[in-house]
Design a protein around this ligand. Structure first.
Ligand code: NAI
Length: 697
């Protein structure tokens, strides 16, 4: 049963029961409707309570039904709300824990609402590029006033029930119930059983003393902030209609806006990103009931750039960390950086001083492997050198307790080889954090050939605990993200040779929505990192062409921000990228040596050569099983590489443009004599999907 029916004296109680959050799927809606009819028909019943079982009143629409006919099958949410509103007996919503989206709209269709304290109340539709579509934009202003309602609808953020209950004149919450919610709700229902006429939200008056000015102010503020997203402004349009239109007409407008937003690429992208993030934890051969190991203490080897940031994640989650280095100075330096990071948070008011002390107290340091013996997980973050990793993993194999998980943060090295340095390859896994590791959401979890399923399940679960978005990657050079970015960077280099400037390429990509263009990104990360990798490539793949401009740049010592000069010039202490005449000159000379006549390159060509390079490599990654699904790649790019959210990730963007068009563009690129014709052969998966008119998703 997706909703149950029982009676308590003269009160009928309908309880939503559709775990995990009582999503209003078809079965649940039908059963609520049936319960309502049963209560209406039963002369012994004089009031009805609707509540939710488990950890929510209702989280809103059932995302498992998104896009399916069931989502709108009758009784749809609008019909159900109409039935509640017109019920001849008082209906009381007993809300608790989570009351969001369609769940709140359902509650607004009831005659009364009682709430447990701490209930998170929200209309979060804007976060998936929509507006509330079942009366939320019309009923919420009627009970909370235009301003509070608009704030909630435009931000999508939850507000606690007790805060809402305190607002002067509010009619959303009739009573906060401190004790048992259901007992309180049934008692309340008894009190109002005889009340007539029944209060109906749609009949309440809505007004604002200065509506025109208020909405204009809202449009200006929201318009400036919501640049790439149409939904926030549409929220304002819908709420404004609550004042100037009759209820039914405004409801029709809300519906029209909702339907038109459903079709926008931005909403599709947001819904895709939402679903994609949820999908990452699904590993076909590692079901949710796979046993996991307990991780109560973590050890980290190396207190450098990554080690310190990684440690902070665990300290923040209340998990003790022991950090090992070769020298005391390195430890002191690493711990100093961590402390300063926390202190900066305290200064900004994001962290309380006692929390800082609490977290630092969970940290211990050592120069001796003896002190790692009781750790359940060890993460190695030493130099990116196979010899150093070998020595570290051989030692770990000797000292770590049986059952401890041995993880490496390597960004390029072969995890299977690292595992082979131990006699327990099943305990070895990659945990590829991104820099700065205490800030970046992405964690690539690298599954070696022999990694145990319980080890993988444990690390995926732990990732949630430390608030990372974990994506599983198979073993290959660069894993998912960096393997793709290499092709993107190669194209960026070719563009320079053919006539573009670093600034032009960066600007085009930033207008597309990337947080940073490839050259600014290179200057931030350090151009020497790519140089190091290319030197290796020249030996491994002598036939693969790279533009030499990046090597020439590094030969000039221009490694980026850290050396005060890279693709751009920098004023000491500042991060502003200033176009460099020296670099432009270097590129021009190199072009002349190659005999290339520079041509004008359009922004469109820049964007699509770079993004389709990601997509073609991404298709190979899916085909090879390195990524479990194309949407995992989107999550990697959205959370780790500053890919614009309103495009939904590179693979989703390709789907939006149409794979047929993507392949056609690749064929054009392949005909360019300065480009890499072989690379632009569409990956078989891409070619196949395009030929069949299908998409990655
Ligand atoms: P880093 O040079 O800042 O820090 C490495 C630290 O390891 C140094 O403090 C060094 O003293 C210590 N160390 C070296 N050998 C050791 C040993 N045998 N025992 C104990 N400590 C030892 O390097 P970073 O940037 O933190 O990189 C560490 C690892 O993380 C590398 O594998 C790198 O590829 C990977 N990584 C780096 C990213 C970055 O953006 N810097 C991003 C993702 C992964």
């Amino acid at each position: 049963m997706s909703a149950s029916y029982e009676t308590r004296g003269h009160v009928a109680v309908i309880t939503l029961n559709n775990p995990p959050v009582n999503g209003l799927g078809y079965a649940t809606r039908s059963e609520i409707y049936a319960g309502l009819q049963r209560a209406e028909a039963d002369a012994a019943i004089n009031a009805i309570v609707i509540t939710g079982a488990g950890k929510a009143f209702s989280g809103g629409a059932d995302i498992r039904e998104f896009g399916s006919p069931k989502a709108i099958a009758e009784p749809n949410l609008l019909s159900l709300i109409a039935a509640l509103e017109s019920c001849s007996k008082p209906v009381v919503a007993a809300i608790h824990s989570v009351c969001m989206g369609g769940g709140l709209e359902l509650a607004l269709g009831c005659h009364y609402r009682v709430a447990a304290p701490g209930t998170q109340v929200a209309l979060p539709e804007v976060k998936i590029g929509l507006i509330p579509g079942a009366g939320g934009t019309q009923r919420l202003p009627r009970v909370l006033g235009v301003e509070t309602a608009l704030n909630m609808i435009v931000s999508g953020e939850p507000v606690k029930s007790e805060m809402l209950a305190k607002l002067p004149g509010q009619k959303l919450i009739d009573r906060i119930v401190d004790g048992d919610l259901l007992d309180g709700a049934v008692a309340f229902a008894g009190e109002v059983a005889g009340a007539r006429p029944l209060p109906i939200v749609r009949e309440l008056k809505v007004s604002h003393p200065n509506a025109d000015a208020f909405f204009q102010f809202a449009r200006n503020t929201v318009g400036a902030m919501a640049k790439n997203f149409p939904a926030p402004l549409k929220c304002i349009e819908a709420v404004a209609a609550s004042l100037r239109m009759k209820f039914d007409d405004a409801m029709r407008l809300e519906r029209e806006i909702f339907m038109s937003l459903m079709l926008t690429p931005e909403s599709r992208a947001l819904r895709h990103a939402f679903m994609a993030e949820r999908a990452t934890s699904k590993i076909p051969d590692v079901p949710p009931d796979t046993p996991t190991r307990e991780v109560r203490k973590v050890a980290i080897i190396g207190a450098g750039t990554m080690g310190g940031g990684i440690a902070m994640n665990f300290l923040n989650a209340g998990i003790p960390v022991v950090m090992l280095e070769m020298k005391q100075e390195a430890l002191d330096k690493g711990v100093g950086v961590m402390r300063r990071n926390y202190e900066a948070q305290v200064k900004k008011g994001k962290l309380k001083q006692d929390k800082l002390d609490e977290r630092m107290a969970l940290l211990s340091t050592t120069l001796s492997y003896d002190d790692l013996k009781d750790a359940d997980l060890v993460i190695e973050a030493v130099f990116e050198d196979m010899g150093v990793k070998e020595q570290v993993f051989k030692t770990l194999d000797e000292v770590m307790k049986p059952g401890a998980i041995l993880a490496s943060n390597t960004s390029t090295l072969d995890l299977n080889k690292i595992a082979s340095f131990t006699k327990r390859p099943e305990d070895v896994i990659g945990m590829h954090f991104f820099s700065p590791a205490n800030v970046m959401k992405l964690l690539e979890v690298v599954r070696g050939d022999k990694t145990g399923k319980d080890v993988l399940a444990t690390v995926m679960q732990l990732a949630k605990k430390i608030r990372k978005t974990a994506v599983v990657s198979g073993v290959c050079d660069g894993f998912i993200g960096n393997r793709m970015i290499e092709q993107y960077s190669r194209q960026a280099g070719f563009l320079l040779e053919e006539g573009a400037t670093p600034e032009q390429v960066d600007k085009a990509m930033e207008r597309f929505g990337m947080a940073m263009g490839p050259f600014r990104m290179g200057d931030l990360a350090g151009n020497d990192v790519g140089w190091y990798i290319r030197k290796r490539r020249y030996v491994e793949k002598p036939n693969l062409r790279y533009s030499k401009t990046a090597d020439l740049l590094c030969e000039m010592g221009r490694f980026g921000q850290k050396t005060g000069a890279g693709w751009y010039d920098y004023v000491p202490g500042k991060r502003d990228a200033i176009p460099s005449p020296v670099v432009v000159d270097m590129i021009a000379k190199h072009r002349a040596e190659l005999g290339v006549t520079p041509r004008k390159i359009s922004d469109d060509e820049i964007v699509h050569r770079l993004v389709w390079a990601l997509v073609n490599e991404g298709a190979k990654i899916v085909e090879e099983g390195i990524a479990l699904r194309a949407s995992d790649i989107d999550v990697v790019y959205l959370t780790g590489y500053g890919f614009p959210l309103h495009r939904g990730g590179p693979m989703n963007y390709a789907d939006t443009v149409g794979l047929f068009n993507v392949v056609a563009a690749m064929k054009r690129f392949a005909a360019n004599p300065h480009d890499d014709a072989e690379f632009w052969q569409p990956a078989p998966l891409l070619a196949c999907l395009a030929a069949e008119g299908k998409t990655f998703s």
